[in-house]
Design a protein around this ligand. Structure first.
Ligand code: HSE
Length: 436
C-alpha cells in the first residue's frame, strides 16, 4: 500500500522533530499504522534557513495554503503555532476534507469549539495530543484510558519552560532572565516567551484538559491566570524552610459549587511526587472516582518529545481512515451534544491556603497588627516566621502560612496589611495546595 502523505506547516522545533522521528522510526511506525507515513510537502517562511534535519523528498513551499490545498496531501500537520493564520489554515484543511494534527494549544483552547464543529460536519479528525504536556499522552489517557470514571480533578505542571526556570532558580540560584534564555535556546519556550512565564500557555493547556476531563466546553476566557515573574529566589528558599516547593500549576477541580480553573505558582508539600518533577518535565495528577489518583510524567516540551505526540496522532488517524465518523472517539472526549454547563467559579469564590511574605519594621506591636487583621477576617495562621534583622536593614521579612480561606477575604486582608504604616510595599501572596 502507498504511504500516507503528510503536509507539514512549519519547520521549527516541532516540525523538525516530526520529520526526524518519522524518518528514524519509519519501519516501526509502518508496522503500527499498517502503512508508511511520509512528509511530502512542507511550508516554511524562510527557505534558506540552515536546518539540522533531513529535507530530502519534501517539497518546501513558502505559502502554507499551497500545502493545505495540495491534492496529494492527505493529512495536514499544523505546527506553526499562534491563532492566525493557523485557524484559517486548519479550517481550510477541514473544508478540503483533510484530517489535521496540531500541536497548537492556543488554537484549540481559543478556537477549538469552532474547529471541532467544522471537523465533525466534514467527517474529519482534528488530533491535538501534542498540544498538552509535550510527549506525555495525557489527552489519550484522559479521553480514552479513563473513560469509565467521573473525574474530579486534573492538576499539574503543564509548562516546561516555567518548570525549567523555577528548578534552576532553586537548585543553582540562577537569575530568571539567564535561565529563560537557556530555555529559549533549547527550543522549550514559545516564540514569545511571555506566553510561558505569564502563565498563558499553561492556561491554554488547562482549558483543554478541563474540557476533556469534565465534558464542558473550551472556556479559556474563564481561567484565572498568574505567571511566575514575581517569584523570587527568596520565596523559593522560605518555602523550602517550611517543607514546600514552589511549582507553577494548572488546577481544574470540580467542587459542589462549580468548577475551579486556575493557573498560578503554588506551594506544594515537598513529599508529593509532583514537587519533585524538575527541569522541562511535566506531570499531571488526574483523580477519577473509579481509578483514584493517577500521575502522568515526562518531557513537556522539546523537539523529539513533542514530535512523539504528533506522530502518535498521525498513526491514530491512519488507523481510523476507514472508520465511520460517527463511531470515532469524540474530539473532546464527550459527545458534542452532551456537554455540561457547569459554572466556572470566579477566583474570589475559591478557597486555598496562602503563603504571605511582607517587609515589616522590626518593632513591638507590628506582628500584633498583622495577626489582628487576619483574625478579624477569619483567617487562621498555620505558621509564622520572622527572619532575624540584617544589620543596618530597615525592614525584616515576615512569612505567614495561613489555613484555607476564600480568595475574596484574602484580598481584603492584603489590602489592609499593605495600608499598615509599618509594612513596607506590597505583600507577596502565593497560593498553597496539598495536592492530596
Ligand atoms: N512552551 C511550551 C512549554 C512548549 O514550555 O511547555 C510545550 O507546549
Amino acid at each position: 500500500m502507498q504511504p500516507v502523505k503528510v503536509g507539514l506547516l512549519g519547520l521549527g522545533t516541532v516540525g523538525g522533530g516530526t520529520i526526524s522521528v518519522l524518518k528514524r522510526n519509519a519501519e516501526e511506525i509502518a508496522r503500527r499504522a499498517g502503512r508508511g507515513i511520509i512528509v511530502t510537502h512542507a511550508s516554511a517562511r524562510d527557505l534558506d534557513k540552515p536546518r539540522q534535519f533531513p529535507l530530502d523528498g519534501i517539497e518546501i513551499l513558502t505559502d502554507p495554503f499551497a500545502v493545505v490545498n495540495h491534492p496529494d496531501v492527505e493529512i495536514v500537520a499544523e505546527l506553526i503555532g499562534g491563532t492566525e493564520p493557523a485557524r484559517e489554515l486548519v479550517l481550510q484543511a477541514i473544508r478540503n476534507g483533510k484530517h489535521v494534527v496540531t500541536a497548537n494549544k492556543a488554537l484549540i483552547a481559543i478556537h477549538g469549539n469552532e474547529i471541532f464543529e467544522a471537523a465533525t460536519r466534514e467527517g474529519v479528525i482534528v488530533a491535538f495530543e501534542a498540544a498538552v504536556a509535550g510527549g506525555i499522552p495525557i489527552i489519550k489517557a484522559i479521553r480514552e484510558g479513563l473513560a469509565g470514571n467521573t473525574i474530579s480533578s486534573v492538576a499539574g505542571i503543564i509548562n516546561g519552560t516555567t518548570n525549567f526556570i523555577l528548578t534552576a532558580m532553586r537548585e543553582q540560584a540562577r537569575s530568571f532572565d539567564d535561565v529563560l534564555a537557556e530555555a529559549q535556546a533549547l527550543g522549550y519556550a514559545e516564540a514569545n516567551p511571555a506566553i510561558d512565564v505569564e502563565g498563558i500557555d499553561a492556561a491554554h493547556k488547562l482549558t483543554i484538559l478541563a474540557a476533556i476531563a469534565f465534558g464542558i466546553p473550551l472556556q479559556f476566557d474563564k481561567v484565572y491566570i498568574e505567571g511566575i515573574t514575581d517569584i523570587t529566589i527568596e520565596d523559593i528558599g522560605f518555602a523550602e524552610r517550611f517543607g514546600y516547593r514552589i511549582k507553577h500549576l494548572g488546577i481544574a477541580r470540580r467542587m459542589p459549587e462549580g468548577v475551579e480553573l486556575r493557573v498560578h505558582p503554588t506551594l506544594i508539600p515537598e513529599r508529593r511526587l509532583i514537587a519533585n518533577v524538575d527541569g522541562v518535565r511535566n506531570a499531571v495528577l488526574v483523580v477519577g472516582d473509579a481509578v483514584g489518583p493517577t500521575i502522568y510524567y515526562g518531557a513537556g516540551a522539546g523537539a523529539d518529545p513533542t514530535a512523539s505526540a504528533v506522530v502518535a496522532d498521525l498513526v491514530d488517524i491512519v488507523r481510523a481512515f476507514t472508520t465511520d465518523p460517527g463511531n470515532r472517539v469524540p474530539h473532546l472526549a464527550f459527545q458534542s451534544d452532551a456537554l455540561s454547563s457547569e459554572e466556572i467559579l470566579p477566583m474570589e469564590e475559591i478557597s486555598t491556603a496562602y503563603y504571605l511574605r511582607m517587609q515589616a519594621v522590626d518593632r513591638p506591636g507590628v506582628l500584633a497588627d498583622v495577626t489582628r487583621i487576619l483574625g478579624e477576617l477569619g483567617i487562621s495562621i498555620e505558621a509564622i516566621l520572622q527572619r532575624e534583622p540584617v544589620e543596618g536593614a530597615k525592614f525584616v521579612p515576615v512569612i505567614i502560612l495561613t489555613q484555607a480561606v476564600k480568595e475574596k477575604n484574602m484580598n481584603q486582608a492584603i489590602k489592609q496589611l499593605e495600608a499598615l504604616e509599618h509594612i513596607n510595599g506590597t505583600v507577596m501572596r502565593i497560593r498553597m495546595d496539598p495536592l492530596a
